[in-house]
Design a protein around this ligand. Sequence first.
Ligand code: NAD
Length: 297
Amino acid sequence: MTEIIDGNAVASEIRDNLTDAIETLADAGSRPGLATVLMGDDPASQTYVNMKQRDCEEVGIESHHVDVAGDAPPETLYDTIADLNADPEIHGYIVQAPVPDHVDYREVIRRVDPAKDVDGFHPENVGRLVAGDARFRPCTPHGVQKLLEDAAIDLEGKDVTIVGRSDIVGKPLANLLIQKADDGNATVTVCHSRTTDLAAKTRGADVVVAAAGAPELIDGSMIGDGAVVIDVGVNRVDADNEKGYELVGDVEFESAKERASAITPVPGGVGPMTRAMLLYNTVKAASLQNGVDVDLP
Ligand code: NAD
């Protein structure tokens, strides 16, 4: 029987375990605080920001939000970032991507205090991760690691194929999984839009992680017998329902399930883990900034 990996359940357990750490920090006078910054009024970004705020409230993290007008000059966003860097009640913050075209996202990231960079995108944090000394693991790759750990999938010596080389998913995940560590020790192949014979690379893998943003790119014929399939993709496709669309992953779930030993659904797989790991990083940031030790799940 193929195991359907339940991201909602694992994320819920992580959130529950974080609440103890949050109350320990609050008792020590430093309740964790997370800010979200949204430049412009992209509806999808608005939804993500709302979800992050709600997640904070549920576990007892103070949430703050700053809106920046979409047509403001980059300096307005930089000023917001400088204010958040200086605010002792904000332990972590995220600048919701994408930012408008006239703003250089890399420059935005460079201005975030690395100690408050709970996305883990600042070059200092990327460097630390590659060096095997991560301060903040980016939320989606960290969530994937936690799902694999919860499903008791030991990666030591396993072949993992990651489809996608983005800075937020594919690259950091590849770097994490090759680390000499209990949740690493894998042999990783990273595929991308210029990869030839993608099917051969996925079919030969013990674990396939799909993060391409291409609806149902990977079907059952591309999955080896008994492989573990983690589907990071979230794609809107037209559907004959009230909303007019549905969400599908980068994996064709039904055919892949026939071959896999374990597989994540979309939705309800990696998505809730990404949200939980943002809370995790915020708690870790508050702990580090205030010198209060807490147990992290
Ligand atoms: P991205 O567009 O930045 O990167 C996509 C990567 O996939 C690129 O490296 C590209 O080379 C590769 N790619 C695209 N088409 C390919 C193909 N046909 N064959 C091989 N490689 C191909 O995307 P991203 O930000 O990494 O996100 C990837 C997907 O994951 C999206 O669907 C996104 O919505 C989703 N996502 C989900 C979560 C979550 O929490 N569930 C978080 C982040 C991203």
